[in-house]
Design a protein. Structure first.
Length: 274
């Protein structure tokens, strides 16, 4: 099987920086014989988290479970202001690995004198962090606009939100007499990966997307592949590739922004070897 790759795929700069900061914090904590915590996942990749935990990172699900003295690494998707304060109160020094785009969105919410609209996926860790940064309300679909009055609002968008979904919300808001002043947009890295995949799609028989199913960016690439009319597969490890997926002569392979290169290469080898 021949495997074609898009112009851009895999780790974005924010993810690389977050992993590097986590690794540095783990090493520093070890030297001082202190624990190093993270609330949730540094990035949405089981492979990345398994490696970091193997190096000594301690994952907790709630901020109050992390007790100092020690270090707390803030995940790339950010945490709420309340969680941040809890970590400080628990005698932990913070190493902030939040994506700069998310940090800026949190700042914009804090500085907004009114109600900020957060356009994103309910329950996603980034959205939770944004909603916990000030006076904000979630809009996930156009139906959620019914809770808003007919006036202007500042709005921030989840970095990996669906572009078609955003366009639909903006169109419906306008028809309802609601003006959404977008203070940011979908992350440029997410847009570039989708655009690169679209260019590739016309030259392949099927599309494979490497990455974690908990990654919104990865799922969006998978959905994009299907929208191009191609058989599409989201795979988190080479072992998930079955013989039924290998009946193509030429396929495209891309990866979400949190997929490590080691995983990507192992999936690529599996496709080539058949």
């Amino acid at each position: 099987m021949k495997v074609l790759l898009p112009e851009t795929y895999g780790f974005c700069s924010g993810v690389r920086a977050a992993i590097r900061k986590a690794e540095e914090a783990i090493a520093e904590a070890k030297l001082a014989s202190l624990p190093c915590f993270v609330v949730g996942d540094i990035v949405h990749s089981k492979a990345v988290m398994d490696e970091l935990i193997g190096k000594g990172l301690i994952k907790t699900e709630r901020a109050e479970e992390a007790k100092g003295p020690g270090i707390a690494v803030i995940r790339a998707h950010g945490i709420t202001d309340e969680e941040r304060q809890l970590l400080l109160d628990n005698n932990l020094r913070i190493v902030d690995a939040t994506c700069p785009v998310v940090l800026n969105s949190q700042r914009l919410i804090r500085e907004d004198d009114g109600l900020t609209v957060v356009i994103g996926q309910q329950g996603h860790s980034e959205v939770t962090a944004l909603l916990g940064s000030g006076n904000a309300v979630l809009v996930e679909t156009s139906a959620d606009l019914k809770v808003l009055e007919k006036k202007a609002y500042n709005a921030v968008v989840q970095t990996t939100f669906s572009i078609p979904g955003l366009e639909e919300i903006m169109k419906e808001a306008s028809s309802r007499g609601i003006k959404l002043n977008l203070l940011n947009s979908v992350c440029r890295a997410s847009i570039e990966r989708r655009e690169a995949l679209e260019k590739l799609a016309g030259n392949v028989e099927a599309i494979f997307v490497a990455g974690d199913r908990n990654s919104k960016n990865t799922v969006e690439l998978y959905e994009a592949g299907k929208s191009y009319g191609k058989p599409s597969f989201l795979v988190s490890s080479p072992s998930e590739i079955t013989s039924g997926m290998l009946g193509f002569s030429i396929v495209g392979l891309t990866a979400g922004a949190s997929c490590p290169d080691t995983l990507f290469q192992s999936i690529k080898r599996r496709l080539i070897d058949g």
